[in-house]
Design a protein around this ligand. Structure first.
Ligand SMILES: Nc1ncnc2c1ncn2[C@@H]1O[C@H](COP(=O)(O)OP(=O)(O)OP(=O)(O)O)[C@@H](O)[C@H]1O
Ligand SMILES: [Mg+2]
Length: 359
C-alpha cells in the first residue's frame, strides 16, 4: 500500500492551463476519484502520476519517495487507459503477459502470474482466446488484469468503463471496487460520471479548469457542495440567487422573485445583499395544496407544470407565482390528483438548503 502526494503540480499546453497548481493527498489503500467535465484536466493529472506527462512545476511522491523524476516503468503503477487499448494481435494471455515480458520476468513466473491475474478478473481459462472473441466487459477485464499483473503499488484507471453499455458499467464498477478492496491497492480513478464517482469512491476531487473545486467523501460532496459548480455538476439541483430578507438565529430568509426561501446556515450568511443557494429536487416533498409542512420545514406554493414518470422516480417542474420553475423529484407518496395544472405545496427542510458565500 502506498500514499500518494501531489504537491503544487502544474502543466500548461500552450496557453491552456491543463493542471493549475493542484495539491492533494491520496491515502494508503484509498479509492480516490478525479471527477469533472471534459477537458478539466483529469487525464493530464493521471498521466503525470503514471509518468506519461511531464510536470512544469511541483512534485509527486509515493509514500514519501519522490517519483515524478523517474521514468514510467520505474514508478510501479498499473494504468488502464481511457479506450482500453487491448492489443488485437495478441491473445488474452499475451496481452496480460506483455508488461512482465517487457520487465524480463522468467517464463514460468509469467505463466503463474498471468493465470492468477486472469482468475482475479474472472477470466480463468480465457488465456488462449483472441480479443475479437470477447465482449466489451471481458475486454475491459483483460485491460485491468494487464495493469494488475505487474503487482503495482498504485492503480490508475482513466474512464475504464466509458466504452461499455449502462448496465455493464454498473456491474463492472462494483467489480473494480471489490477488486481494489481485496488487493488493498491505492487507486486513482477518473470519470466524468457523477453517479459512478459517488458509487465507488472513498473520496472524490471535483475538478474544473485544471483546478480542484472540492475534495471530500461522496456524501459530503453531494449534501454540502462547496461551490455552485459542484452543486450543479453532482446531479441535478435548483440553483437560485436572491436577496437576504432577514436572519433569525441560524435561519436565513432569502427572497427570490415573489417567493421567500428559508435556509439553515450554521456558518452564518451575510446580513444583506445577494446570495446563491442550492435546493436539490429530491429534498422537495410534494403535499396537497394548503397542507401543513412537517414541523420545522418551510413550504412553497406552486403549480405543477410538467410531470415526467421515470419508473423509479417521478420528476416535476413546479411553477412558482412569479413564473420561476423549480425542479422536484419524488419516489412515491404523491398526493392524490397530482397532475399538470394542479396547485401543490412543496415542503423542504431548511437544513437541506446549501448556501454559498458569493452569488
Ligand atoms: N498533449 C496535449 N497537447 C495540447 N493540449 C492538451 C494535451 N493534452 C491535453 N490537452 C488539453 O489540456 C486540457 C485537459 O485535457 P485532459 O485530457 O486532461 O482532460 P480530461 O479531463 O481528461 O477530459 P475528457 O473527460 O474529455 O477525457 C484540455 O483543454 C486539452 O485540450
Ligand atoms: Mg480524459
Amino acid at each position: 500500500m502506498t500514499a500518494i502526494t501531489i504537491d503544487r503540480v502544474a502543466r500548461a499546453f500552450g496557453t491552456v492551463r491543463a493542471i493549475d497548481e493542484v495539491s492533494l493527498e491520496v491515502r494508503d489503500g484509498e479509492f480516490f476519484t478525479l471527477l469533472g467535465p471534459s477537458g478539466c484536466g483529469k487525464t493530464t493529472l493521471l498521466r503525470m502520476v503514471a509518468g506519461f506527462c511531464d510536470l512544469d512545476r511541483g512534485r509527486i511522491l509515493f509514500g514519501g519517495r519522490r517519483i515524478d523524476t523517474l521514468p514510467p516503468h520505474r514508478r510501479n503503477t498499473g494504468m488502464v487507459f481511457q479506450n482500453y487499448a487491448v492489443f488485437p494481435n495478441l491473445t488474452v494471455g499475451g496481452n496480460v503477459a506483455y508488461g512482465l515480458k517487457a520487465r524480463k520476468v522468467a517464463a514460468a513466473e509469467i505463466e503463474r502470474r498471468v493465470s492468477r491475474a486472469l482468475k482475479l478478473v474472472h477470466l480463468d481459462g480465457y488465456g488462449e482466446r483472441w480479443p475479437h472473441q470477447l465482449s466489451g466487459g471481458q475486454l475491459q477485464r483483460v485491460a485491468i488484469a494487464r495493469s494488475l499483473v505487474i503487482e503495482p503499488e498504485v492503480l490508475l484507471l482513466d474512464e475504464p468503463l466509458s466504452n461499455l453499455d449502462a448496465k455493464l458499467r454498473v456491474e463492472m464498477r462494483a467489480e473494480i471496487r471489490q477488486l481494489q478492496q481485496e488487493l488493498r491497492i491505492t487507486a486513482i480513478y477518473v470519470t466524468h460520471d457523477q453517479e459512478e464517482a459517488l458509487a465507488i469512491s472513498d473520496r472524490i476531487a471535483v475538478m474544473q479548469g485544471g483546478r480542484i473545486e472540492q475534495m471530500d467523501a461522496p456524501e459530503t460532496i453531494y449534501r454540502t457542495p462547496a461551490t455552485p459548480f459542484v452543486a450543479e455538476f453532482m446531479g441535478t439541483t435548483n440553483l437560485l440567487t436572491g436577496a437576504v430578507a432577514g436572519i433569525d438565529r441560524d435561519l436565513v430568509r432569502i427572497r427570490v422573485g415573489g417567493q421567500e426561501f428559508v435556509a439553515r446556515s450554521a456558518a452564518g450568511a451575510p446580513s444583506g445583499g445577494l446570495i446563491t443557494f442550492s435546493l436539490r429536487p429530491e429534498t422537495l416533498r410534494l403535499l396537497a395544496a394548503g397542507a401543513a409542512p412537517p414541523p420545522g420545514w418551510a413550504s412553497l406554493t406552486a403549480t405543477v407544470q410538467r410531470v415526467e414518470f421515470l419508473g423509479v422516480l417521478t420528476r416535476f417542474d413546479l411553477r412558482l407565482a412569479d413564473g420561476a420553475v423549480l425542479r422536484a423529484a419524488s419516489l412515491d407518496l404523491l398526493p392524490d390528483g397530482l397532475a399538470a395544472g394542479r396547485p401543490v405545496a412543496a415542503a423542504y427542510d431548511p437544513a437541506r438548503v446549501t448556501v454559498f458565500r458569493a452569488p
